[in-house]
Structure formats: structure tokens, C-alpha cells
Design a protein around this ligand. Structure first.
Ligand code: GRF
Length: 194
């Protein structure tokens, strides 16, 4: 694919950014034919350092200082100005406003660390997801890439992968095994929508 057809993606983050790193690595090694326009964080986090290290434009819209509505307006205008095509939520913990989601309909995707529709929705993030999976006695879990809609974790599924839950799993060991798969699944999901 030529440079002209190269899609432009932005990545929204709140955490350590191992999924962001997977995107960066796959862009840099040519496996993902796209350009990262921006990394935007809603709090101080290690993801911003990853962006800096790879000379990717980055922006901190600290939720302790800026309210969500204003943050969404800034993200919207920043990403339109930078001619961003798609937005990837990679561990982004703030909720996008209805207006924003309408504006970017089918252009925003998210990765969630369970087999949606199971163990998704409000308050289901991070280690809480894996705690709930183990508590429910599930034999398998997984991760899901989906389009973002106004209903949390309920948008159309783009791709998913199953991960076994082992007898002696703790939420932490399960989280680690799922996260390894997330790094591959996210790339697969991005390729599917591009
Ligand atoms: C991942 O488990 C992702 O599915 C969830 O948040 C976590 C982010 O991890 N939405 P990282 O910051 O990419 O390491």
C-alpha cells in the first residue's frame, strides 16, 4: 500500500500502555500500514513516556484539571486537525461523550480483557474483570476488540480470542495470559477496520 493510502490512527490511553507499545512496534516494523498521529492520555501515565520515546505527538488532558466534556471537545478538534482516520482506545478509562461518539461513528475501537458480552460494562476494567471471571468459575476467558458506542463495551464485535482459565489461576495470572493475547488481537482488529 502506498503512503497515500496510509491510514492515520490516534491512541487514547490511561495506563502503562503495553497495548500502545504493540501498536507502535507493529507500525515501526511495517506490519501495520498506518501512522500514529497522536497519543492522548486522560492522566499522567507511562504511555506518555512510550510516545515520547518514539517521537509520537502526545497530549495530556488531565481529568483532575479538565472536565470530560471539554476534554472530548479538545480530542475531537485535535484529531480532526491532524486528519486522524481512526481512534483506538487502549486502556482508556474515561467515557467518551455521546456527541463525540456520534461524530466518530464506527471510527473508534476499544480492546476489552474478556469475552464480551460477558464481563463488560460499567466498572468492569483492569483486574476487576479477571476477578469476576474467576469468581464466576468460568473455564475460559479471552479478549475482544469492538466498536465503541454509547453503551459501554456493547458495540459490534470486530474480533475476539479465547484464553483458557486454569485451575490455579489468580486474577493476576489470568490477566497476564489475557494481556499477551490482547497485544496480538488489537493489531488484528486494527487491520480489520483499516
Ligand atoms: C488492557 O487490559 C485493556 O484490555 C484494558 O486496559 C488494559 C490496558 O493495558 N482496556 P495496557 O495499558 O495496554 O498495558
Amino acid at each position: 500500500m502506498s503512503e497515500i493510502n496510509k491510514k492515520r490512527i490516534a491512541v487514547l490511553v490511561s495506563g502503562s500502555g503495553t497495548n500502545l507499545q504493540s501498536i507502535i512496534d507493529n507500525v515501526e516494523n511495517g506490519n501495520l500500514n498506518c501512522e500514529i498521529t497522536y497519543v492522548i492520555a486522560d492522566r499522567e501515565c507511562y504511555s506518555l513516556q512510550r510516545a515520547e520515546k518514539h517521537r509520537i505527538k502526545n497530549l495530556l488532558l488531565d481529568r483532575k484539571i479538565i472536565d470530560n466534556k471539554l476534554a472530548n471537545e479538545i480530542i475531537d478538534s485535535t484529531l480532526k486537525e491532524s486528519k486522524t482516520d481512526y481512534i483506538v482506545l487502549a486502556g482508556y478509562l474515561s467515557i467518551l461523550t455521546e456527541k463525540f461518539i456520534k461524530e466518530w461513528d464506527r471510527k473508534v475501537i476499544n480492546i476489552h480483557p474478556s469475552l464480551l458480552p460477558k464481563f463488560g460494562g460499567k466498572g468492569m476494567y483492569g483486574i476487576k474483570v479477571h476477578e469476576a471471571v474467576i469468581k464466576a468459575g468460568e473455564k475460559e476467558s479471552g479478549c475482544t476488540v469492538h466498536f465503541v458506542t454509547n453503551e459501554i463495551d456493547a458495540g459490534e464485535i470486530i474480533t475476539n480470542v479465547k484464553v483458557p482459565v486454569l485451575e490455579d489461576d489468580t486474577p493476576e495470572t489470568l490477566q497476564k495470559r489475557v494481556l499477551e493475547q490482547e497485544h496480538k488481537l488489537l493489531i488484528k482488529g486494527i487491520k480489520k477496520i483499516l
